[in-house]
Design a protein around this ligand. Structure first.
Ligand SMILES: [Zn+2]
Length: 279
């Protein structure tokens, strides 16, 4: 697991095991907040170890940026902590997360120690403020990667933990193009120092405008490709001709997962187009 200090009392963690997924922590003098957990139990336990022994406080709140396994299945490793999430995050964890965990347990013994812990503090609009020592965290919806997406802004430092609303390659299979475009535009207007992406590396102030532009350009391209494909007889063939690079993104993102995620984006958008036509 990689670890970095983002600003005073603000930390970032990145998995070396699964898709460069990230998590964070903001510490106060008495207790700390964890923002997401990592995919594998031992990585989340390493975050806890760091917060408890290096910083010397316990995690009192865990904020889940959305319900996906790689961000939430470590909730149980912060016993006694209150989990915060969008109300849809709670619903989706119950509906989809629970059966997925049961299946994962059968395949990988590492997940047998994972217990399901749902958000108990939820909201569905506006924003939530959490004060940690001298820092104010503003938690607000940023849907699009999934319907329950939320981001966490460290106000004093202008550091945004964006969850998967911001990724090296926008991924919308479980969300919507309109929503993720709106979320990325909103993030682009926030005047940030850093964007902590849900996967991949931290984006620095000087890189933000270009990253926002590149992501919006990619999304516009794949929407166009899906619309064109939906009008063709051989829709799939047309999708296959439009690689991640043709749509304005490098294939090296996310340890080489970019092309596969791109293919899934296109398939999901095509399906939506075809369903919209039928309706
Ligand atoms: Zn993720």
């Amino acid at each position: 697991m990689h670890r970095e200090r983002v600003s005073e009392n603000v930390y970032w963690f990145q998995s070396e095991v699964y898709a460069q997924v990230t998590a964070g922590s903001v510490a106060g003098p008495q207790w700390a907040v964890a923002i997401d957990t990592l995919a594998m139990p031992e990585e989340t336990l390493a975050i806890r170890e760091f917060v408890e022994h290096e910083i010397g406080v316990q995690v009192r709140y865990v904020i889940n940026t959305h319900y996906h396994a790689d961000h939430t299945w470590g909730n149980c490793f912060f016993p006694g902590a209150t989990v915060i999430g969008h109300s849809l995050c709670r619903d989706l964890l119950l509906e989809r997360g629970q059966p997925a965990l049961e299946a994962a347990r059968r395949q990988n013994p590492a997940f047998r120690q994972v217990k399901f812990v749902l958000p108990s503090l939820t909201f569905n609009q506006g924003a939530l403020t959490l004060r940690v020592g001298k820092k104010s965290l503003t938690i607000f919806p940023t849907p699009g990667h999934s319907p329950d997406g939320i981001s966490v802004l460290v106000e004093e430092d202008r550091v945004l933990f964006a969850g998967d609303a911001f990724m090296p390659l926008p991924y919308l299979v479980d969300g919507s193009a309109d929503d993720i475009i709106a979320s990325i535009k909103k993030i682009g207007r926030m005047g940030l120092e850093n964007i902590v992406q849900g996967h991949g590396d931290i984006i620095l102030r000087g890189e933000i405008d270009a990253a926002v532009k590149e992501n919006l350009n990619y999304l516009a391209n794949i929407v166009k490709v899906a619309k064109t494909a939906a009008r063709r007889k051989s829709a799939q063939e047309f999708l296959d001709q439009n690689h991640v690079e043709t749509c304005g993104k490098s294939r090296v993102h996310l340890g080489g997962l970019a092309e596969e995620l791109h293919r899934r984006n296109l398939r999901a958008l095509l399906l939506q187009e075809q369903q919209a036509k039928k309706a």
